[in-house]
Every structure is written in C-alpha cells, then in structure tokens.
Design a binder for this molecule. Sequence first.
Ligand SMILES: NC(=O)c1ccc[n+]([C@@H]2O[C@H](COP(=O)([O-])OP(=O)(O)OC[C@H]3O[C@@H](n4cnc5c(N)ncnc54)[C@H](O)[C@@H]3O)[C@@H](O)[C@H]2O)c1
Length: 596
Amino acid sequence: MAREFSTVGVVGLGTMGAGIVEVFARNGIDVVAVEIAESALERGRATLKGSTDRAVAKGKLAEADRDALHERVHFAVGLDALHSVDLVIEAVPEHLDLKQRIFAELDRVCKPETILATNTSSLSVTEISVATSRPNQVIGIHFFNPAPVMKLVEVVRTVVTAPEVVADVEALCARLGKVDVTINDRAGFIANALLFGYLNHAVAMVESHYATREDIDAAMKLGCGLPMGPLALMDLIGLDTAYEILDTMYRRGGRDRRHAPVPLLKQMVTAGLLGRKSGRGFYTYERPGSPRVVPDATTPPATDAALADGARAITKVGIVGSGTMATGIIEVFAKAGYEVVSVTRGAEKSASVCEAVKTSLNKGVVRGKLAEADRDAALGRITWSATLDHLADVDLVVEAVVEELSVKKALFASLDEICKPGVVLATTTSSLPVIDVAMATQRPADVVGLHFFNPAPVMPLIEVVQTIRTSPETTATARAVCAALGKTGVVCGDRSGFIVNALLFPYLNDAVRMLEASYSTADDIDHAMKLGCGYPMGPFELLDVVGLDVALAIQRELYLELREPGFAPAPLLEHLVTAGYLGRKTRRGFRDHSHR
Ligand SMILES: NC(=O)c1ccc[n+]([C@@H]2O[C@H](COP(=O)([O-])OP(=O)(O)OC[C@H]3O[C@@H](n4cnc5c(N)ncnc54)[C@H](O)[C@@H]3O)[C@@H](O)[C@H]2O)c1
C-alpha cells in the first residue's frame, strides 16, 4: 500500500513553487505554502490566483473547483507551519548553502516520517540530503515549467534514498496525473543535461551577433517544431535560475565548456534582466510576470515594405538540380507566382523532376489545398531545360545540386559567366561554407545561402546565410523572396550548421552519450524531452527519422569547424553507423522498425 499524502508543504512560491502548489491543490491535496516574507507570500498568492483565473477563463476549470482549490491552500511565512505535513517540496533559489540550511530546518520542524523533497534542477540531492538526519527520506522531485502544464516529473533517488520512499513518490506522481522517470543523482538529470548546453549556445549566438533573438527563436520553432525558441525559454525559466543551473552543471558535470555560462547571461542577471518574472530578459514583457511580449528598441520592423528595403526585384528564378530539394524548391517558387527555369543535366532528368512536381501538386489538389487552375498555372510557369545558358536573364538562381564543394564551385564559376549583372546567386548547401562557393565567382557580394528544409513545400523556414562578402542588398533580396514565398527567412552568419543544425545536433549527440553512459533508457530520454520540454519527438525518435549517418556527418562537421571537445561525435553513434543501423531507412537504428 502506497503512503497516503493528505497534506503537502511547498517552500518558495516563485516561478516553480506557485505552480507546484497548484498541481497538488488541483488534485485534492491540502497544501501549506510557505515563503520567506509577507510580500513574497502575496506575490505567490497572486501567481496562483492569476493562473487559476486563466484556467477558468479558458474553460479548463470550473469556478467552484477553483474556489475549492484555493480553500485547500494555507499560506504562511516561515517553515514552522510545516510541522504536520506528510511531504515537503522545496523550490527556493538554486543555491546549495540555502537549500542545505532549509533542509536542516525542515528536519527539525517536520514529523519524523515526513518525506523531504527538493525541486532542484542541477544541485546534488545527495549533498542536500546530508544536511538532515534522515537522508534516506530525502528525494528529488523535479517538476517542469509551467508545473501545472508539463506532464513530466523526474524522480531523483540518491544512493541512500529508501526504496519505499521512491515507490511512494512514484505513486504520488501518478495520482497527480504526471509521468515520472526515476533516475540517479547526476547534474541536470535527463532533461536539463540535454537542454542547457543548447540554451547556452543560443545565448552565445546572440552575444556574438550571429543572428537576432527573433531569428534564433523562429528557427528552432519552425525548423524543429519546438513549442518555444531557446531565448523565450530562457526568459520563462528565469535568467538567474538558468545561470545557477549552468554554473552548477559546469562544476559538477565535468567542466564541459558548453555549460560555462555565457558572459552575457551574468551581465543581464546583474542588470536585473531576469526574464519574464522581472518584465525584461531577452525580450520585453508587458509587465513583470506577464507572458505578453511587447516591442522594444531591438524589435525588427514587421512590415513587408521594411523587409524589401534595398531589395532587388525578382520575377524570374533559375533552379539548378534534380534531387529532392530542387524538386521541392521548383514547386515552391512556381506556386508563389515566379517564372521558373529548371535546369538539370539532361532531358531524362528534367522529365522525372517534372513528373515529381506534377505528382506533388496533384496531391495538393486531391487534398483540397490547391485549385486545379492554380496547379495548371504553376506548371505553366515552369520551363524545363538541360543547359545553364537558359539562365542568362533570370534574376535569382537557386543551386540545389549534390553536396560536394568541387561540383558547386564549378557550377558557380559557370553561372558567373552566364548570368546577367545584378542576379542573386544562392546555394542551398546545408554544410559547406557559402564563402567557398561565393569566391568561385567574380561577384561574391551577390552570393548568399538559402537553406531550405525538407520537404521544401511544407517546411515554413529558410535560413538566409550571409558571408562576410554578401552585400546588404543581396540579404534584403533573399529575405524579401522568403516572405514572398510565404516562408520565414532567418538571417545568420556563415558557420557550420547555421542556426538549426548547430543547435540541434549537439543535443542529439548528447542524448546518445547519455544512453551510452547507461544513465537512462532511450524510452525515458525520449519521454523526458517530449513531456518535460514539449518537444514533438524525443532525440532517439528524431535520430531514427533523420538518419544516423546524416547526424554523424553533421556532428563531425561541427566538431571540425569549432573544435569544441563536447561536439565530438558519440562513439555509440559511430558504431551504429558502421554497423549499418542508420534508422528507419534501414529498418533499424536506435530502435528496431522491422515490424512497423
Ligand atoms: N525556473 C524553472 O524553469 C525551473 C524548473 C524546474 C526546477 N527549477 C528549480 O526550482 C527551484 C526554484 O526555482 P524558481 O525558478 O522557482 O526560483 P524563483 O527565484 O522564481 O523563486 C524562488 C522563491 O523562493 C523564495 N525563497 C527564498 N528563500 C526562501 C526561504 N528561506 N524560505 C522560503 N522561501 C524562500 C523566494 O522568495 C522566491 O519566491 C530551483 O531549485 C530551480 O532550479 C526551476
């Protein structure tokens, strides 16, 4: 029989604590909610009220249930109020000495059988537990932000946590409607260990002006389907909390430089820019605590006119190549009303690309997304050719041939001879330096990267890659074209992986390392990222879809260019690729897909 928890204490009613109070009270459990001072108590009460009022307004909570929920919560200043609770969850700031002091005090105040839990994200639960005389009853219960919404709870057992305590807490998580993963005490547990290197890297991109906050966030949302971008997430977590988590992970997690907090973070914390809770972080909010972003000095102008400022007029577009990407890109431009010249290496290839474009457009018609007349008009705008000479009068060329530098350079040298002055020359490379391609021409200022995502007709994102020689007009033209295609163009520098792959693949590689170290299972790691962070797929699901060979190749490129030791491909990834386990395409990767 699992232990009955009728009253639970929560210490600290900040970003996490207030949400944790709501989780318990919503599930019929009485809560004693404790803060350090009256003012903080009031703030916690207001957060709870705001959150439950919003749930009522959205029709997710009945008014009577809200009132009953509030009646279950008793607010108090000081830990003495916790003398008769069955479980305490501590959610005070991420400082070991503070937490140890609170646990020593809880040990004195609480009943001998009370379980003492910490919501720490990165500190050692073991170190916190030894501040008490009952380390076997101390455990980590790590909720995710916002606690009432996110389904995951990481249950952290130390080497001395009693098995009954673990079982009781797991049963409690189930009662709260949460999914738990139980793991050992390691810095960052599952989700944060995989998340924070990525978040810190995104901050480094802002700090070095590699891309803007809006573009980085849009890239990860639209390119990977994440519920929020990394900088908006930093603001939600709180920059002070994020700083402490990174700092602890750096010190406890083997001094991986990727966890050393980026200097900009410290500066922002010192300046009081803590994220949503202080009303300003990477973004500016309507008021402290509000989720509503308001424009500020760095908000880019949203109008098409501003986007087109300095952009050249584009009506006729040449697309070179006959693979998956070229085919998709031809469709995208033709559907958007551009006159398209497709150039392949022969009539046969042109015929098969033409067939593929027709099939794809027909699918749109069958699904009711495209009118027959629009399909015919799109097809009518495409000219099929097998010679580059037909590109003499286009305004933009998009190159999507094989990913080999020598081939791309030769092609750009030819385009340089054939195309008229003023044409924008774009490459869709996903891993080669755009500047290498640009320097194969006499007009590097007109060369830019246009990194489409697969499948091009569906994916809403394009990375616009500017080299150190790309002119502002070329970038403006590229952005305007993205907008005219109905896509979001994000501008970034010419570095390996651009934005999306540079942020995504090291995280996937880290997940492989975590599996390799037997810290957790592929299923639990996938669960943790989906239910704790709202990712559409877990890392192993995604790796099997992307292809392990593709992931390995990208990770190698990143490692070679940045020489960051943490980017070295995980040996397990290399072995799986060598063994021919490449993911769904070979019916086996991290998982066996042969029966599906
Ligand atoms: N922010 C997140 O996204 C997140 C997610 C999961 C876990 N956590 C963890 O949760 C814990 C709390 O983080 P947060 O972001 O909610 O911090 P926060 O700064 O938003 O809130 C901390 C609260 O603790 C109160 N407090 C400070 N000293 C106290 C004391 N002696 N007694 C009672 N209350 C006290 C403060 O007044 C404040 O309201 C940290 O360990 C953090 O790592 C945070």
